[in-house]
Design a protein around this ligand. Sequence first.
Ligand code: TPP
Ligand code: MG
Length: 608
Amino acid sequence: MKTVHLTAAEAIVRFLVAQRAIVDGEERPLFAGAFAIFGHGNVLGLGQALAKNRSSLPVLRAQNEQGMALAAVGFAKAARRQQVMIATSSIGPGALNMATAAAVAHANRLPLLILSGDTFASRIPDPVLQQLESFGDGTLTANDAFRPLTRYWDRITRPEQVVHALPAAVETMLDPADCGPAFVGLAQDAQAEGYDFPERIFEPRVHELRRPRPDRRQLERVAEALRAARKPLVIAGGGVHYSLAEDELARFVEAHALPVLETVAGKSSLLHDHPCYVGPIGVTGSDQGNRLAAEADVVLAAGTRLQDFTTGSWTVFQNEDLRLIGLNAARFDATKHRALPLVGDVREGLVELGKLLAPWQADPAWGKQAAGEAASFRRLVDEVTAPGSAPPSYAQVVGAVNRLATAGDYVLTAAGGLPGELNINWRSLGVATFDCEYGFSCMGYEIAGAWGARMARPDGEVFCLVGDGSYLMLNSELYSSVISGHKLIVVVCDNGGFAVIERLQLSQGAESFNTMLDGAPAVDWVAHAQSLGCLAEAVEDLDGLAGAIERARRADRTTVIAIGTAPRAWTPGGAFWEVGVPEVSERAEVVAAREALAEGKRGQRVGW
Ligand SMILES: Cc1ncc(C[n+]2csc(CCOP(=O)(O)OP(=O)(O)O)c2C)c(N)n1
Ligand SMILES: [Mg+2]
């Protein structure tokens, strides 16, 4: 056996560089690069290995570990899980700064490889700088906090462990069912120790998207259920994008005349103008879509986790005879809520199902009803996005950006009021061009995630729509985007605070409290963004916004455009959402909200 004497850290980097992926028929590195913030826990071992291999694995200096790991998540979403970014930190605080991002990747089923320093395997110098010191468990370090946040967790305490640990981490991230973040802690001594590694493990390995095909019996049962349907409906989730199944979805629903509603993660599976697209479903959905969902008797849920924003906390489906079909690569999702499972890749599943179903088509009367709702939904979008009042509503800002966007542009947002407003009002012009991180709804994802998305999408613009609250929470990767030359167009919508949370307070009978920043000094967004090296301007209205976007398109670096938006103007529509309204209160409004909650819960389907 030929061996090569390397440190554990260098073996890791060499192994990662040897992993290849097929993207659009072309071979590329599986790991597109590494975000790194060095400290004593990673700079000498892994840091030197990264420096040595920098020509094969680009290394990007970030400003905040959470920001860089969120950028890796934004990258993975835009790359549709076909390529992965690495995020490496020191021990202790640097590592823990990535916990939130790991959870974002976990909830969204996205790959992310975290390599953090750890304490010494020998424990001789303990307690070391940034060591927690657990009184009752000598093996526990801060890095154990990543166990529930990752799909693969490991700790390298001897160099030869690399041989098994790294392939296992890679395979987890590439598995369509298990996909999520992988964490590997690197003991400071072990990562720098040498070992005679078999050369074989560094041979290039080409990974291709795995497409597990569904079970024949499951297919037959699902086809039978669909053929018997009077009011069938398809829900397209994020799994449609991860399976690169958009074209097949379009073919399938056209062939069988099926109406489609999209979840937040599944948005832009179909284009806004596709004849089968009816609109978004659920709490951030449209009344039109939700009316169809209420009547549907067979729902093919394709690549969705069916989270509460999709199901209206399980109130959107009101047909007593409803049959839910779970088409999902993950058995966990496919079998949820007593669904008829179709475990397998979404694209393969649709192809196989299509063969069994042909020439069956849904009842034309149902198709007509869906088309009517779709037309009404499009009218709503046209209405609410049309320029008018000042300051503009979120919907009007979304419309203004959307009117200037092209099919090759990408739009990204996360928490606050923008997810709902974008989900309803953004007309998808290209497939897989929309990322609203709503699996974890993480404030601060917007700018960082956009930076990562830009790396996966060098062509077209990346529009980042961000609220004032999210901007203030995490903006330092603006500077990273400038120094790494990844240009973004960031639109900051300043409505004076946490408007969507104030909306929740007011709608549930509470008073506005600690959410809006009434009377606080205004933030100078332009000066702030300029200080980080961005181009920046503040605009007064939608015409100003349009001009600024045109200038930003021509610009050579990240541009931040600030616009004041109305804090209490929301697009009508949506569904019931279960939240924890107090049962005991002196406020009559809260008592009424509690009654409304009880009423809403009566429409909830339990036990399936
Ligand atoms: C990290 C994190 N902290 C807190 C929240 C809860 N939260 C959701 S939206 C929101 C307010 C966001 O403010 P802003 O970005 O200005 O958007 P707006 O509500 O004004 O639309 C808060 C605090 C969250 N989703 N993520
Ligand atoms: Mg706000």
